[in-house]
Design a protein around this ligand. Sequence first.
Ligand code: NAD
Length: 371
Amino acid sequence: MMTTSRRDFLQKLAVSAAAVPFLSTDVFAGLRPTAQGSVLRVALMGLGGYASRVAESMQSCKRAKITGLISGTPAKLDEWGAKYGVPEGSRYNYENFDKIKDNPDIDAVYVITPNALHHDQVIRVAKAGKHAICEKPMALNAAEGEEMIAACAAAGVKLLVGYRLHFEAKTLEVVRMRSEGEFGKIKFFQGQCGFRIGDPNQWRLDKALAGGGAMMDIGIYAINGARYMVGEEPIWVTAQETKTDTVKFKEGVDETILFQLGFPSGAVASCLSTYNMNYLDRFFLNGEKGFAELQPSTGYGPIEGRTNKGKLTQPHVTHQTQQMDEMAGIILDGNEPVVPVDGLEGLKDLKVIDAIYRACATGERQELKLV
Ligand code: NAD
């Protein structure tokens, strides 16, 4: 039986390991007799809206903690540094963050900046020898995505994409039911993703920073969802664009796109991506023996859903908390998620996005080769 003093000692050790940000990698390695006990030490890059949500959610993580910060705004570095206990020596700006390579207290950098910056920033993170977690969309196009994958492979670091729904319990239950044949042969998927975007001056409506419009931001959920719900890679895409507001949605910034995907089995998907309609957050999967419906399907939750067998009742866990704990397991222990979150997964969505834009421009069906 464990003595009280030994239990106290172990508890203190656990507390101090979690609380002391300057522990070196070697010291952590010493605390890692089994990989399950290890903690992923993460620097957040881009301290904006989504990073705030990630940072708050990470306070409940068991396996991930914030040990570094990267921002162009000194006041944010001070404020976040004080709030999350990140010492000055682990705070960086966009000019000097390559120095992170000399920081033994950081294992990975989570890039949460506007889309156009992901490519260069992930490559710099890789060159600094740190694992990269990158927000979606991974990059502006497939060519950029391929360069990021190559840079991470060359540096021997992992590249993960912030696909939080790949760890969400109700989503995973539908994936399990589909993969075990409970819906029979899959015939059809419908993904409706959109919201009415506000401030016309935000980076999401600036082609240079966003790489496009709704498709890059919210339509990507329908693409990604179609792939993991159907469980196949699409082999063709057709797409049609409509625009009702050419002032807000300038050249190259898509407002609304309808697109259709075809899969090798003959299953088809019909999807809507828009920045100009509210109440669109719904996935529907139809098979010969059953169906699944998730609504909301991609918001921060709780995700709600039902199948032909009844309501989905898996408990809600804050997506970003779950994601970061699972990503710690992927990076530190080599765990394999049920639905991948690696660079290749991000690249596949970018290939579909490239093809959707080509289909809109030409009016022609585009063949896809994702595998
Ligand atoms: P945001 O505008 O709230 O934050 C962006 C941050 O990047 C800001 O702190 C800004 O100061 C900083 N930044 C650095 N360089 C910049 C530059 N040159 N121009 C503009 N800003 C610059 O945006 P956000 O909502 O946090 O989105 C950031 C990324 O996260 C995007 O890629 C977005 O798609 C992704 N995101 C993902 C989810 C999700 O659920 N997975 C949700 C929201 C956003």
